[in-house]
Design a protein around this ligand. Structure first.
Ligand code: EPU
Length: 417
């Protein structure tokens, strides 16, 4: 199994280009199922999660052409089966995003229930509840959701909590439903907006994406289009947090600064000098970071996907930070690994109290999920000596060429087999 070997203690200097957003590309690829004409995408990142989505859509009959430069064409003209099998859904929960599109276009779908997850229980009851409100009959049999509907009907849906993929699934389903749908308490994440923009370009009528009320007027069919996937705000934030922890001066190009307000605010509080351009972010950091507390929240609040990276920063900050996770009930596993590097962290329920230490020491650590791994890489970059990050298949799911990009910033980091 591959590992990352990091020799810490070197400031980061230079420029890297941000990749396309994983969490925008995945729902947008599933949106291809809504039309019988090709969807041509660009800026699709090279990640194992994207390969899983290609496999999932491919086994349904979608013709996928994938190019090394990030272009991808998906043609869902001929769909031969409407099943998302357990083998794929268990490796990637976002596979559940085929449910809404399949049901809306074909009137049936059979999608494995995702089951448990390392960071929390993550049920999909809101996806089911919303589709049922639109007239679908959904039964759970042998671990699968079997969904049927003659034609989905628009309605008003108030979601119990803010759910990103739940909002996306229902927005895609509503795009082809009869009549109007109003999604209340909808997720406001930029990835929801990127999906909505793509759907509108395909012929959908959607208003309010980016607010908590989204109105969708169903149409009878959608067409193909061309769409450029938005920049990955979490990848961007990860590099910025790394430079804030390790020191130095970096520029991120191809970024979407306006999607990172909460993260930039926290990094500024930590002492980083940040300047944003239209699609670039410059960060300069000298000296020890100041401790900053964060509390995760749905967008535009501080992203749960940046929590582990900010915890890594807090381990070497001057002062004490409180890091509170409110979205997922078990997303603190990286704290225990950070302790192995010498961090001073105490967990009280869903809050980690992090007392900054002057130095971390390298050690072997292993990650439990994607963003936890990113936190451990940041800690490795500031630790004295060598850190080995194990189980980096998690990182490969969501960070394109991570070691090459950090290498371009001067970090001593390599993949070992
Ligand atoms: N929830 C329910 N019922 C539902 C749906 C969600 O109780 O039907 C709960 C979840 O258990 C959680 C909260 O609602 O406590 C929010 O979960 P959400 O549905 O928003 O998460 P998601 O859509 O499954 C997406 C991202 C995650 C990111 C979260 C939160 C994608 C493909 N995934 O997941 O990304 O952490 O939103 O922002 O968009 C990652 O990239 O590492 C990652 C985990």
């Amino acid at each position: 199994m591959d590992k990352l070997r990091i020799t810490g203690g070197k400031p980061l200097e230079g420029e890297v280009r941000v990749s396309g957003a994983k969490n925008a590309a995945l729902p947008i690829m599933c949106a291809a199922l809504l039309a019988d004409k090709p969807l041509a995408l660009s800026n699709v990142p090279q990640l194992t999660d994207i390969s899983t989505a290609v496999k999932l859509l491919g086994q349904m009959g979608v013709a996928v052409e994938r190019h090394a430069d990030g272009r991808m064409t998906l043609d869902a003209k001929k769909i031969t089966n409407r099943v998302a099998p357990y083998e794929l859904v268990k490796t990637m929960r976002a596979s559940v995003l085929v449910l809404g599109p399949l049901l809306a276009r074909f009137g049936e779908a059979r999608v494995s229930l995702p089951g448990g997850c390392a960071i929390g229980s993550r049920p999909v009851d809101q996806h089911i509840k919303g589709l049922q409100a639109m007239g679908a009959a959904i039964t759970i049999e042998h671990g699968y959701m079997n969904a049927r509907a003659e034609r989905l009907r628009g309605t008003r849906i108030v979601m119990d909590m803010v759910t990103v993929t739940g909002t996306e699934n229902l927005m895609m389903a509503a795009a082809l439903a009869e009549g109007s749908t109003v999604l209340e308490n909808a997720a406001r994440e930029p990835e929801v907006v990127d999906l909505a923009n793509c759907l509108v370009a395909m012929g959908a009528c959607i208003e309010g994406a980016g607010t908590d009320v989204i109105r969708i007027e169903g149409v009878s069919s959608l067409s193909g289009t061309e769409h450029q996937v938005m920049p990955d705000r979490i990848e961007t934030g990860t590099f910025l947090a790394a430079a804030a922890a390790a020191g130095g001066a970096i520029r991120l190009s191809g970024a979407a600064p306006e999607s990172l307000d909460a993260t930039l605010e926290k990094l500024r509080q930590a002492g980083a000098k940040i300047a944003t351009g239209k699609d670039s972010i410059d960060l300069e950091m000298s000296g020890r970071p100041a401790a900053v507390s964060v509390r995760t929240a749905p967008y535009p609040g501080f992203a749960t996907d940046m929590q582990a990276q900010l915890m890594a920063l807090a381990t070497v900050a001057s002062g004490t930070a409180e890091i509170t996770e409110t979205i997922f009930e078990n997303r603190m596993m990286h704290a225990l690994e950070l302790q192995r590097l010498g961090a001073d962290i105490t967990i009280h329920g869903t809050t980690a109290v992090v007392k900054g230490v002057r130095k971390l020491q390298g050690a072997t650590v292993m990650a439990t999920d994607l963003r936890a791994s990113a936190g451990l890489v940041i800690a490795g970059l500031v630790a004295q000596g060598e850190t080995l990050v194990d189980r980096i298949y998690h990182l490969d799911r969501g960070y394109e060429a991570l070691e090459r990009k950090f290498g371009a910033l001067g970090a001593r980091i390599e993949r070992v087999h």
